[in-house]
Design a protein. Sequence first.
Length: 245
Amino acid sequence: MNIVEARGLGLRTRRGWVYRDVDLTAASGELHAVTGPPGSGRTSLLLALAGRFPHNHGELRRRGPAALGQVAGVHEPDPTLTVAEHITERLLLLGPVPRRRRRLVPVAAVRARRAYRRDAYAAAIAGAGLTDAPLEPDRYGRDLTPVERQVLGLVLASLAGPSLIVADDVDAGADRPEREWMWGALERLADQGYAVVASARAVEPGVAATVHRIGDPALPVPALTVPDEPAPALTVPAEPAEVPA
């Protein structure tokens, strides 16, 4: 089943295009990657797909709820909470899955939300399929590496049992082994039935992801910004010359 469908999606402001002409259809169990250079609008596009940011061109349809993983400046760990405290707090906020929704929520998410009083951390990590995650329960948010932030974001996103999970800049600050592990983790989430859309500078070889490149400078597209009109020059009147007495 298609979870999110975008046709000709774009966002144009008075200063130009943020992103444009995006076609993306992600179904349950699929991993999609949005790549492009810095400033190409990857973050804005991901937030729009998740219903957290506007678009004003094209069409967007989404079935079921969406959850954010790590999105810098938008959805980040609290520096004063440990990993385990983040998970416990999220589970308490979510509460048990209502009976009427249980068939719509992945079984792992239902089990994790039932188990929060016993061992929230272990249940959440197992529910996300990330038992090999490089993440310690007692580490504070302020001490997490970029990869650990991504992992925590994915775990927290999975707890809500969404249809769509989005994560931004999943390869930022990561070396090659970390990038390979991260893409493997995203594939495992997709294998659980989530539609997963992640942005990155590039996708590691061999990853089973559908890649969408935006803002490619090699494409013959118009400039993405509209130059401002030059401000009128200010003329400062000369001071009158002194008249000798």
